[in-house]
Structures are given as C-alpha cells and as structure tokens.
Design a protein around this ligand. Structure first.
Ligand code: M6R
Length: 612
C-alpha cells in the first residue's frame, strides 16, 4: 500500500528518499515519485512500476535540494499511471504533496474546486488536497503552510497521512495524520517523516510516533507538533534499533508467540486507512471496487487451511448482513469439481502467503469459468494471487514467520468484515448499523489485548492438554469455524489429534469418543445460541468428559465438577470469532511448548504451500 518518506536536511535529500522508498517496497505499490524543492523551485520525477524505475529516472536526471518528499502509490482512485502517481502539485508547481489514505468526500471537493477554476491533472482523491492548500494560500498569501494544511484538513473526510513542501519555504515540511500512520525520525541537523519506521532506519534510530490528528512542522533544526486542538504537543521519543520489527524474535522464544502478541497492532494496522469515523472506506479494496461491488450478487470464497476457516466465518457475516449467497470452498476441492457459477459472482481468495498452489489454481479456474470479478485478501503484496487478481486488499499484518498462521488470520477476519459491510451497504445496511460495526472494529485492538491477558490462565490449562492424544473443539454458528481453527492450531503444532465440530453434531457421532480422557473445548459467547451450546455441553458432562469452555460473562456458563471456564472479554457479537480465536492460539502454543515440539516449524509443514 502507499508509503511516504520526507527529509529536511543539509545534504542532498534524493538518496535518503530513494533508500526510504526501497525500504517501503514490501508494502506493495504500483508507481513511485519524488519531489524536491531546490534553487529552481519544486521539481519532481514519477514513474510507474518498481522503485528501481524511479531510481533509473533519477540517475538520468537527478533532483538537487535538501528538502523533499517521496511516495509509493497503491492505486485506489485512478489507475496506476504517471499522472496519478504522487507527489501531486498545485499553485503552478509551488506546492507538492504526498498522501496515504482515502478522502471520502473528494468528488464533492473536486467539483467545488473545478467550479472555482481549478484544473486537475489526475484522477486521484489526493490531488484535491493539493488544490485545497493552494486555494487557502491564494486567499491569504501571508498564511503559514502549516495553517493552510490545518485549514484544508478540516474539509477532508476520510483517513489520511500527508506531507507537503512549498517552493516559498524550502526549509520545511509540514505533515499531518488522521487515521493513517505517520512517524517522525529525529536526526542531528536533519529530520525526517515517513509512514513507517523501516523507511527511516538507515538515517535514524530515534522516532516520535505521531498521534491521531497531529500536525508537525519539520525543519533541519527541529520539529514542532500541534495536536488536534491546535495546541503544541510533546510526543515521546522512542529508540528503535531493530530493523524491520518483523525479522527478529525480540525477547520471544518463538516467532509464533511474538506474532500472537502483535495482534492488537496488526488488527489496528489492518483497519488503518480503511475506516473513517463511521464508515468503511470503499476504495480500500481498489480502484474498481465500487463498480465490482455494485454488480456483486453472490460471493464464492476459496482458500486453504486457516484461511478457509476465516472464509467460513465470512459466510455467516455476508449472508446475514448483505443477504446474498456466499459459498466457501476448500481450494483443493474446488479446482477439481464441476460447479455452477451464480450470476454476478465475485470470486474471493484468502491467503497469508499469496502463493498457495491450490488457491492460485482455484483463482485461475474461476477466471476461466465465468466468475466475473476476483478479489484477493492477502498479506504479501508481491505475490501471485495479488498479481493475478482483479482487486487486492493487503492485510498489513507484517511478515508472518511461524508456519502456524495467527496475526494474518485476525487480519483476514478484519478484511472480511470490511468487505461484508461494503456488500451489506448495497443491501440497505443503515448508516447507524454501519457506524456501530465500525465503532466495534475500532475497539477491537483493545479487546484483543484483553484476550491476550488471559495467557497465564491458558498456560496453566495447557498442562492438562500436553499428555492428551485427542481433543474435540465445539462451537455453533459463527463459532463453529473458530472451533475448526482451534483444532487445526492444536494439531498442527502440538501433534495432538484434534477435531472441530458444530456442537449440534455431537450426538451424531463424536459423542462416542467422549470419556474422562478426552478434553472437549467449547467456544461459547453469550449469544442467541448459547442455550443450545449449554445443552450440548451437558451431553459431554454427563459422559464424564473434561470440558474447557471459553465464554464471556453473559454466557451464564459456570465452573463446576469437570467444567473449566475461561472468561473471554465481551465484544460485539459479530466480531466474537476474532476475539475467541486468540485464546485458542495461546492454548495450542503453550501445549506445543510444554510438549517440546517446534512451535515455529512443525514437522512436515511449510509456510507457503506452493505445490499441490
Ligand atoms: O498462505 P495461505 O493462507 O494460503 O495458507 C493456507 C494454509 O496453508 C495455512 O493457513 C495453513 O493451514 C496454516 N499453517 C495454518 O496455521
């Protein structure tokens, strides 16, 4: 997705900006650009394709100057093209701007600006901001750039991080964040801004993390931050010495453990720039997302393993909220069976790696057999699924090293809920209901952190699982796929045979397995199905089964002889699968650690299954 780098220094800025852009490549992008303010005002270079293309263009025609901004763009409004690449300029080239995020009300602003005589060079929402700034400065030539940014920002709806330079003052960059990340890098006699810490690690290890609504002015000599109320603000400086944050285990014994604990942040990252105050921002799914979603009458999801289970949860969401059929397919089955393509079908693949051979084959078959459109929800921008799908939504979970998927899974859930809301909007989802779901999504990182705080309790429970040979996982409705996922996690890394079942199926077979040796795990939030689940749990209890129930305070399920209850934090009913997945990840992890299996690299399994 889009990336920002800015530098105000006393040496040539070009090399710093280019190095930063190269380090942002992992986020995925389709074009890149740079603007530097030098003796002749602002000059820029923009190219489509790899940052290397920009590198080559700059090699042929370097940009001189000590203050500049640069950008990698992932198209949301307007196709990948040089004219749509950032930086965008306005005021006869006296202002240049880079922007991450989505401006929801850009069409209205664009019309207003056009009526005022403004000419647009691109199809982007971002260019609107450059012209708004220019309009402010024309109206009031004495206005400081930072005041113009503040004033323009007041008119913007959506999520954004931006950085601006002006030919009138080559000694500063003004940047602001609302709903999209932005960090300031502190140097000695130079300062930097970027959307992401890794972009600036070659030039500094001192960072200032901006807060929501912060506006910052950077000069080579110092920085000043103003908060949302326009009061000067002090932000804590952090020393970050790791390089990418992904590549090392830090103080964790296993990557899996680290990745489980990263989930409050990765859930936040999956949402960042994709939701406004009360709405999901549609272009987050790509340039043609609106047209594709307008025509969507049915959804088919294809995926493997954990990604398939997240898709199974989405079926409940999509059919309930959007009221259209949603079919979820195991990719390795789908590719070899005859199927009917419902009219107006959107084919959705879900994949952490983007390279899973069966999922990729399913996509190719879908494209040949009449599915009109395709979308992938993927964590690796430079992957085959992203390349070959019409629309792509990046999960932003960061590199997942452990074979067992954890943080990519919760990011997939977030992506699927955002997709559901967009489809549901077309089916009459009210603005109030959408705002309620967006508010619940915004609270999710905090609830996930509360779920992680259950770890000591779960570590102790794992001692009761480590010597088991089998385990059953039960859930109903939205929690049934969570039970499947919990069983997969446990078997995958601890080698304990585990099965997930819809709790209502118990008496149709698996109940025969239950005895005092068999742990039965149930996921049972206090929703409309909880009474049914309680009845199923009684069936287990009366056969001396050992019950471990993950439930919230509303479930009414209490501990007793043979029944252990772990109280999971309350969360919006529809988002419960995301939160209940977390304790099951921890249970699998701690069981594996106690058993002494390799939690990161379980036997016989690979992180990216590129063969059939
Ligand atoms: O990369 P993908 O999401 O396409 O991978 C699909 C499965 O191979 C994967 O989810 C697998 O089941 C994991 N090891 C589960 O933890």
């Amino acid at each position: 997705m889009c990336g920002i780098v800015g530098a105000v220094t006393s040496r040539q800025a070009q090399a710093i900006l280019l190095a930063g852009l190269h380090r942002l490549e992992y986020r995925g992008y389709d074009s890149a650009g740079m603007a530097i303010v030098g003796e002749n005002g602002i000059e820029r270079r923009r190219t489509v394709g790899n940052v290397q293309e920009l590198d080559d263009a700059l090699m042929a025609a370097p940009l001189a100057g000590v203050t500049g901004i640069a950008h990698t763009r992932w198209a949301t409004h307007g196709v990948p093209a040089v004219s749509n690449a950032h930086p965008h300029v306005a005021g006869d080239g006296r202002i240049a701007l880079v922007h991450n995020g989505i401006i929801e009300n850009y069409e209205r602003l664009r019309e207003e600006l056009k009526q005022g005589g403004c000419r647009f060079e691109s199809d982007t929402d971002s260019e609107v901001i450059a012209h708004l700034l220019d309009e402010c400065l024309r109206r009031n030539p004495e206005m400081e750039l930072r005041d113009a940014v503040r004033e323009a920002a007041r008119r913007l709806e959506g999520a954004f991080a931006l950085a601006v330079i002006s030919a009138n003052d080559p000694s500063r960059i003004v940047a602001m964040r609302v709903g999209s990340p932005l960090v300031v890098g502190l140097g000695i006699g130079e300062n930097f801004v970027a959307s992401d810490v890794p972009a600036l690690r070659p030039v500094t290890d001192r960072f200032l993390i901006l807060e929501e609504g912060d506006l910052v002015e950077l000069t080579a000599a110092g920085i000043t931050v103003w908060d949302f109320q326009d009061e000067t603000a002090v932000r804590t400086t952090l020393r970050i010495t790791t390089d990418t944050g992904d590549a090392d285990r830090g103080n964790y014994r296993h990557y899996m453990h680290k990745e489980i604990h990263e989930q409050p942040q990765t859930v936040r990252d999956a949402l960042e720039g994709r939701v406004g105050r009360a709405r999901v921002l549609e272009p987050a799914f790509g340039v043609n997302a609106s047209a594709v979603l307008d025509g969507t009458r049915a959804v088919t999801i294809a995926a493997c393993g954990t990604s398939y289970y997240t898709g199974c949860v989405a079926r409940y969401w999509i059919e309930e909220l959007a009221g259209i059929p949603c079919n979820v397919e195991i990719a390795s089955e789908f590719r070899y069976r005859k199927f009917v393509v419902p009219d107006g079908s959107l084919f959705v693949t879900i994949s952490q790696s983007g390279e899973t051979a069966d999922t990729l084959a399913a996509l190719r078959i879908a494209q040949e057999t009449g599915f009109e459109h395709s979308l992938t929800l993927c964590n690796v921008p430079v992957s085959s699924l992203v390349r070959e799908s019409e629309l792509a939504f990046m999960l932003h979970a960061g590199t997942e090293v452990a074979v067992a998927s954890t943080k990519a899974t919760t990011a997939q859930f977030v992506a699927l809920m955002l997709l559901t809301i967009l489809l549901a909007r077309r089916a009459g989802l009210t603005a109030e209901r959408e705002a309620e779901l967006v508010a619940a999504l915004r609270q999710l990182p905090e609830v996930v952190a509360q779920a992680l705080a259950l770890e000591p309790r779960i570590r102790a429970l794992a001692e009761q699982f480590m010597d088991c040979h089998h385990a059953l996982f039960l859930g109903r409705g939205l929690q049934y796929p969570v039970a499947l996922e919990g069983a997969l996690k446990l078997k995958e890394i601890s080698y304990i045979h585990a099965e997930g079942y819809p709790a209502g199926e118990l008496k149709h077979g698996p109940l025969a397995l239950v005895d005092d040796d068999m742990p039965v795990v149930a996921v049972a939030p206090g929703n409309e199905l909880v009474e049914k689940v309680r009845a199923n749990l009684e069936e287990v209890r009366s056969r001396s089964g050992r019950l471990y129930v993950f439930a919230d305070a509303d479930s009414g399920i209490v501990e007793g002889e043979g029944v252990t209850v772990v109280e999971v934090p309350r969360v919006h009913e529809l988002l419960a699968p995301i939160v209940y997945t977390i304790p099951l990840q921890l249970l699998a992890y701690h069981t594996a650690v106690l058993k002494g299996t390799d939690a990161d690299r379980p036997r016989n399994l690979a992180k990216s299954v590129t063969v059939e």
